[in-house]
Design a protein around this ligand. Structure first.
Ligand SMILES: Nc1ncnc2c1ncn2[C@@H]1O[C@H](COP(=O)(O)OP(=O)(O)OP(=O)(O)O)[C@@H](O)[C@H]1O
Ligand SMILES: [Mg+2]
Length: 258
């Protein structure tokens, strides 16, 4: 049986990337932080954003998460062009960020951290629905295999890696397919980093699009599918990891031939 051309066309997947950046430019007064930046991140893909200190990586993450407005350029989420007034506006549209220093509350249980500022309530008095929050948290923690004693554990009783796992769970819970990470393992040791990387790979397996800022080249090669390089605000190159090497990346980051 042969397909007619029109039938064949309809079977071509029309995947809309969770994130699409077109011609992003950002200057602070006279200082150009990002010259022009273009990128698409597909569902189930991890893209690493690398560059030296001051290259513009965090500025880019802040633009996608509504903390800064781009001076020029377009942000598209799931096929829709967006423009954020502020970070809570971006959050409302499903943009979640995991940072190096965690925005978590030490003396609260894991499930309260998961629902921070967006707590579930019940009844006319809008009492906290702790049971529902704990149950949903436990489900996600189990799915992503974040090894913590329980969703009811107090955050201060967890290790750094476990806490970062909670932060990633929270981002996953609220994100609409895209999770941004700005050096999520910079403060962690080797074993903790390995655990967090496992969680990030689980996210990918679930079909999330992940944009991760990392200074750790070994980490980039371990977990990313593609890498894009910023050098002093200029996007130097975007490559699949299979098409580059540690030496080439370092050369592109520093601007020195390897
Ligand atoms: N709010 C701001 N006002 C003025 N300049 C800024 C502001 N935020 C960032 N910059 C400048 O933009 C440039 C890029 O900074 P950014 O924090 O994005 O770098 P980075 O790549 O994340 O570096 P690092 O690896 O050190 O975290 C720097 O020159 C920085 O001084
Ligand atoms: Mg930074």
């Amino acid at each position: 049986m042969t397909l007619t051309p029109s039938a064949a066309e309809t079977t071509v997947p029309t995947s809309t990337p969770p994130l699409r950046l077109k011609g992003i430019h950002k200057s602070f007064g006279g200082v150009v932080a990002i010259k022009t930046f273009d990128l698409e991140v597909q569902a189930g893909e991890i893209v690493a954003l690398v560059g030296d200190n001051g290259a513009g990586k965090s500025t880019l993450v802040k633009i996608i998460s509504g903390l800064y407005q781009p001076t020029e350029g377009e942000i598209w989420l799931n096929g829709e062009q967006v423009s954020f007034r502020d970070a809570s506006d971006a959050r409302a549209k499903g943009v979640e960020v995991v940072y190096q220093d965690l925005a978590l509350v030490e003396d609260q249980p894991v499930y309260m951290n998961m629902f921070l500022g967006r707590e579930l309530t019940k009844g006319p008095l809008r009492l906290l629905d702790r049971k529902a929050m704990a149950r949903q948290t436990q489900e996600l923690v189990d799915t992503l295999d974040v090894r913590i004693p329980s969703a009811k554990a107090t955050l201060s009783d967890l290790s750094g890696g476990q806490r970062q796992g909670v932060a990633i769970c929270r981002a996953t819970h609220w994100a609409s397919g895209l999770v941004l990470m700005d050096e999520p393992t910079a403060a962690l040791g080797v074993a903790e980093t390995a655990k967090v990387e496992e969680v990030i790979l689980k996210l990918k397996a679930r079909g999330a699009a992940v944009l991760i800022v990392s200074h750790n080249m070994d980490q980039v090669f371990r977990i990313a599918d593609r890498v894009t390089v910023l050098r002093r605000g200029t996007q130097v190159a975007t490559r699949t990891l299979a098409d580059t090497s540690h030496n080439e990346l370092v050369a592109m980051i520093t601007g020195l031939a390897s």
